[in-house]
Design a protein around this ligand. Sequence first.
Ligand code: GTP
Ligand code: MG
Length: 471
Amino acid sequence: MVITAIADGIWRGVETVQDTVNETLFEPVIRLGVTGLARSGKTVFITSLVANLLDNGRMPHLLAAAEGRIVASFLQPQPDDTVPRFAYETYLGALTSKTPSWPDSTRAISELRVSLRIKPNGLLAGLQGLRTVHLDIVDYPGEWLLDLALLDLSYAQWSAQVLERIENRPQAAAFLAQAQAVDAQAKLEEPQAQGLATAFAAYLNAARDAGFYDCTPGRFILPGDLAGSPVLTFAPLPATDASPRRSLIREMERRFEAYKSQVVRPFFRDHFSRIDRQVVLVDALGAIHNGPQAVEDMRGAMTDILSTFRPGRNAFLSNLLRGKRVEKILFAATKADHLHHSQHPQLSAIMQALIRDARDRAQFAGAKTEAMAIASLRATTEDTVTHEGADLDVVRGILESTGKAAAFYPGALPNDPNHLLGPARDGAEAWLDQDYQVMRFAPAPLTLRPGDGPPHLRLDRAAQFLIGDKL
Ligand SMILES: Nc1nc2c(ncn2[C@@H]2O[C@H](COP(=O)(O)OP(=O)(O)OP(=O)(O)O)[C@@H](O)[C@H]2O)c(=O)[nH]1
Ligand SMILES: [Mg+2]
């Protein structure tokens, strides 16, 4: 018995060594980060991407798929044991059931590994056998990226910045009144700290709903399992001359530092720093519908997100990355199936103008960036109707609110993106000559041919940009 156990132990050891050698030498791993602000379409994107990699009949612009070189693709256990698994089967189930529905909102990080068996191409095609490429997809909230800026600030600096920024925002009135009323130098009373933190979180949520993106600390909006813990029980307070021991302000400062070291840094260290390719999803049509202010905010968010990927942006991060950097970043406007394809070039042009601007402002150099308009899961069909004597390009779908079929025309996007971005930059209150509508369509019931994934728009081009060169 003992001998078997030893032999078994040795055998395992050998196996493990072999596995690691195999993995690093012959089985490349691509870590693809998928992020975006709340409701931007991350969960639907990953679900449809994976379904379309497993059945790649609808991926003609992913070259390896078009050339028939993806011989097999399958889901595998992910490498990280402590990160929740992306609930692929549940989400796909919801999207493809008889009465399809969109997946529920997700609030934290999750991960999924898809492995692809690939036939090599080019000169080596005849000489080499099949290769395995692992794609580790990591879904995380874009709000967490914006926390990077906090690392450079002391509690006093952060408080001053936030209080100035929110001074005139109606959503912040209740919190500000509370913050002015407390005696920050008095001894800490926990209910008071909790009251301030709750009011501050309520402000952040209201601001986010009003379309502001600068709603950090990110975990106040997406607390996950940290809800109620001291690292989330702080708020900005006006500066005081002194901060006596055990005072409210001293404790707030301590918790702010704890948030940085125990929440922000671990995320960047354990997850962000390992990403090779990144897609940032943007609900551009939603922002355009909300008006110039929301578009300007979206531009700001894209600049801030891009600047987190700038090597040297932050000492902590440069040290962590030590020269490793994200190689490709795709900004994708999602839900393009709300537009007839005759308007897709305009939406793409708006995204391209936004990222050019974000690159300039973030002084971004390095990773290859690209912008496009996609629909992860196409919920509409196209039609042309006659309206007041003229042809109008519309999309048709089932409205989520009523369950009824409807034709929808969102408004004409300008050919020159500056006609939208200019007024947004100049602080216009409303669009001058257009209103842009949005509608929520339910996912359409699907009948898929064998080998086909769910219908989409340009998901294959997105995949080609992100991982095509590694297949
Ligand atoms: N028509 C259409 N709607 C989409 C598409 N992708 C997402 N949506 C809509 O956008 C909503 C949000 O999509 P999710 O994928 O859940 O977004 P998320 O970024 O994961 O959201 P959170 O988990 O809340 O951060 C969905 O419920 C749909 O209403 C798409 O390709 N087409
Ligand atoms: Mg989600």
